[in-house]
Design a protein around this ligand. Structure first.
Ligand SMILES: [Zn+2]
Ligand SMILES: [Zn+2]
Ligand SMILES: [Zn+2]
Length: 354
């Protein structure tokens, strides 16, 4: 993620900011420009414009009304929602404080995901455009049975429909699941990136004529998915899984391996863009092998190798910073050559869209 500045006063601003702390202007992300702008309202017209460009009219996403979203919509676009929010079908109950807070956190992660999708022009058709396989999100509430037992909603993907368990927007719930599942990392943004990976597989691998190439790297995805999950549940990951898989979950089935690698590709690229945006470089004395600066645009990297050779020293440094604060490692994963080969496949796929 880039660092931005208020185009009215020059104040440093961030992707999720709603107003400038210095000049007070409303701030919004204009997705068709991939830019943050300070906005001024057009009196009585329901439209806004960047302060420096009175001729460029935009509307606020309909979800701005409840302070859920800070993106805009072009005035000639009939949709009232921005390019991220327009994919939502079931949303948390905004009339309750719990629901509203969950939705705000979910939306923040969702817009961060869409930032990457827009950067690469990745497919994200709506259900109106593609009724069979368009990208649509349901943020599901848990079911509470008459005796008080909570049946957790399931997070998952099927034919473009992504379900996200809304309760995982609450730290306590998500952390409890993370510990129970013995996962080193579990975040809302991670869920969005992983589940969207399944959708990208449908669109870019299966429908994109790349099944042979996929199987050569990830294995045969026609292996029974239900049996694979059951086997993983009963027996755990295969011995030595770390050599070939980024996570134990990736070892369950080639589909999950792909979704995990897609998520990691986005984690790495976006975090390196943030590091580059801050001008960060590391140069530890007597540890020259860890010296690195991000001297390239990670969203336009030449290959996964280039990304990983910058990412490894950065992630080592970031993990150390986290340990000094007594919090878990930022990136508790190991990138083996086999995993980098899978990231290379994702890299080619992502960059196939021009
Ligand atoms: Zn300002
Ligand atoms: Zn929106
Ligand atoms: Zn999955």
């Amino acid at each position: 993620m880039r660092l931005y500045e208020c185009d009215h006063c020059g104040q440093t601003i961030h992707f999720d900011n709603r107003s400038c702390v210095n000049c007070g202007h409303r701030l919004a992300f204009v997705p068709e420009r991939l830019a943050m702008h300070a906005l001024a309202e057009d009196e009585g017209e329901g439209t806004w414009h960047p302060v420096a460009e009175p001729g460029y009219k935009v509307r606020l996403c309909a979800n701005a009304a409840m302070d859920i979203c800070n993106w805009t919509v072009p005035t000639d676009d009939p949709n009232v929602f921005c390019p991220a929010c327009r994919h939502n079908r079931l949303v948390p109950d905004a009339s309750t404080e719990v629901g509203l807070n969950q939705w705000r956190r979910i939306s923040q992660a969702q817009r961060h995901l869409f930032y990457s999708l827009l950067r690469w022009n990745l497919p994200c058709t709506t259900r109106e455009q593609d009724p069979e396989g368009g990208l649509v999100f349901d943020f599901l509430v848990d079911e509470v049975q008459p005796d008080g037992t909570v049946v957790p909603a399931m997070t998952g993907h099927e034919d473009g429909l992504i379900a996200i368990r809304a309760a995982e927007a609450d730290d306590a719930t998500r952390e409890q699941v993370r510990v129970m599942m013995n996962e080193p990392y579990r975040t809302m943004l991670g869920h969005f990136r992983h589940e969207t990976g399944h959708y990208m597989w449908d669109k870019l691998v299966r429908d994109g004529g790349r099944l042979d190439e996929f199987r050569a790297v990830f294995g045969d995805e026609t292996a029974d998915y239900g049996e694979a999950l059951q086997r993983n549940y009963e027996q755990g990951p295969p011995p030595g899984w770390q050599e070939t898989f980024i996570s134990t979950y990736a070892s369950t089935h080639p589909w999950e391996d792909f979704a995990e690698c897609f998520a990691h590709y986005l984690h790495i690229v976006d975090t390196l863009e943030t590091a580059r945006s801050y001008g960060m470089s590391i140069e530890p004395q007597q540890h020259e092998e860890l010296s690195v600066e991000v001297a390239f645009n990670p969203y336009h990297a030449q290959g996964a190798g280039q990304l990983v050779s910058a990412w490894i020293p950065f992630s080592v440094a970031l993990n150390s910073l986290h340990r000094s604060m007594g919090v878990p490692d930022l990136y508790p994963f190991i990138l083996t050559p086999a995993v980098v080969g899978k990231l290379e496949f994702i890299h080619r796929l992502v960059h196939s869209r021009g």
